[in-house]
Design a protein around this ligand. Structure first.
Ligand SMILES: *Cc1c(COP(=O)(O)O)cnc(C)c1O
Length: 395
């Protein structure tokens, strides 16, 4: 892997023709240490947000030992990358073959479910195993989050009691889990969900060993600056302490976005300007899926020296494919004098960015380069810029 000290230095010195993915292991490491030290329970990384093996290793080295996996390919990937990691299979609808391979080949013991059919499937696939931790996923509101996860999964109020009782009988340890939706903009999302957990426990009258508050922890994007994560942790801790669970029960969370959003960004080149529309060399089929399809806004900055002092203007972007859908409405704020040949850094693409990349229309390859400068925004306390060690190859 090539390394460079900064995004700006790289763009100026190398004028890359292809988009370049920048990775910042120090940012992912800082996020992981933050969760490990401050979340009042166990933090596991939701691999789907960014399945890069380099990232998974950085998180492991920073104290994340548990990984939320959702497919057999993710199980195999983490098992291969980190043989000592603990895997939790948290997709509530799994293939029976995937459950069997996870259990018998990879030692997975934690599974989530949201129906009696899935419970039967898990028991069949594991030959009636007696050492399972079964986490019942309940449906909670996504109203306080930017991306809903409220329709597809989760047992409803009418189904939860029977499912908890049945899972209690089958499980060695019983958990309740939920997901408040991605990018939850208020800690209240978790407080409300924990009330649902309380009702479920009281109605079913079961002993619960694990409460898993899922993902949804936010990152910082233009127009979406969330409260500090400490407030989320305090709210969750308070709610957990007041639940009717045993003294030895555990609190878990499954952050995806919050652990990796700051890990990576992208350098793109402007190939053409048409009014306030910039034609750039990555887009909807590359790392900008969310910018195109759900109108997500990412921070941007012009990488030019000397720096432009033109007044800021709002732009939209077109990606490189021939498809009208390859359009990112933004708005993205950049100096008024942006022109073809300029380089732009698009930040906060570590979560749900590179994970979505395709090779459609012949675009999509490009280098990945490690940089040591700071991400464009950070939710974690900023550290001084690191010096690169002397043995680092600079491009
Ligand atoms: C996607 C997902 C996560 C991660 O969600 P973020 O919003 O990225 O934190 C965690 N758990 C489950 C079950 C998921 O599906």
């Amino acid at each position: 892997m090539h390394k460079h000290h900064s995004a700006l230095g790289l763009a100026i010195a190398h004028r890359p023709v292809q988009p370049v993915t920048l990775i910042r292991p120090h940012a992912a490491s800082r996020a992981a240490r933050f969760f490990v030290e401050k979340f009042p329970g166990r933090s596991m990384y939701a691999v789907k947000a960014n399945p890069s093996p380099e990232l998974i290793r950085v998180l492991w080295e920073s104290g994340i030992t548990h990984f939320d996996v959702a497919s057999i390919a993710e199980v195999r990937l983490v098992a291969r990358t980190l043989p000592e990691a603990t895997l939790c299979f948290m997709h509530p609808v799994k293939a029976e073959e995937a459950i069997a391979e996870a259990y018998f080949t990879h030692g997975v013991r934690v599974f989530s479910l949201d129906s009696l059919e899935e419970l039967d499937k898990i028991m069949r696939a594991t030959n009636g195993a007696a050492d399972l931790t079964l986490c019942v996923r309940i449906r909670v509101s996504s109203d306080l989050s930017k991306l809903s996860l409220a329709s597809k999964f989760g047992a409803g109020p009418g189904e939860t009691k029977a499912l908890l009782i049945a899972a209690r009988q089958a499980a060695d340890a019983l958990g309740i889990c939920f997901h408040v939706g991605s990018q939850a903009m208020s800690p209240d999302a978790y407080a409300q969900a924990m009330e649902r957990v309380r009702t479920a426990i009281v109605e079913a009258g079961v002993t619960v060993d694990v409460v898993d508050v899922g993902g949804g922890f936010p990152s910082s994007y233009p127009g979406m600056e969330p409260p500090p994560l400490e407030r989320y942790f305090a709210t969750i801790h308070r709610a957990f302490e007041s639940l009717p669970v045993s003294y030895s029960s555990e609190l878990w969370c499954e952050p995806g976005r919050a652990l990796c959003a700051e890990y990576s960004s992208l350098i793109v080149r402007v190939e053409r300007r048409r009014g306030d529309e910039l034609y750039i060399n990555d887009g909807a089929y590359g790392a900008l899926f969310d910018a195109a399809h759900i109108g997500w806004r990412f921070p941007v900055r012009l990488l030019r020296e000397p720096e432009s002092h033109a007044k800021p203007v709002e732009y939209s972007f077109y990606g490189p494919t021939c498809d009208d859908l390859d359009h990112m409405a933004g708005p993205f704020e950049l100096p008024a004098d942006v022109r073809a040949g300029d380089y732009i850094e698009i930040g906060m693409l570590g979560a749900y960015g590179s994970a979505m990349r395709t090779a459609f229309n012949g675009f999509g390859s490009g280098e990945t380069i490690e940089v040591a400068d700071e991400p464009m925004t950070s939710l974690y306390e900023s550290a001084p810029e690191r010096e690169l060690p002397a043995n680092v190859v600079t491009l």
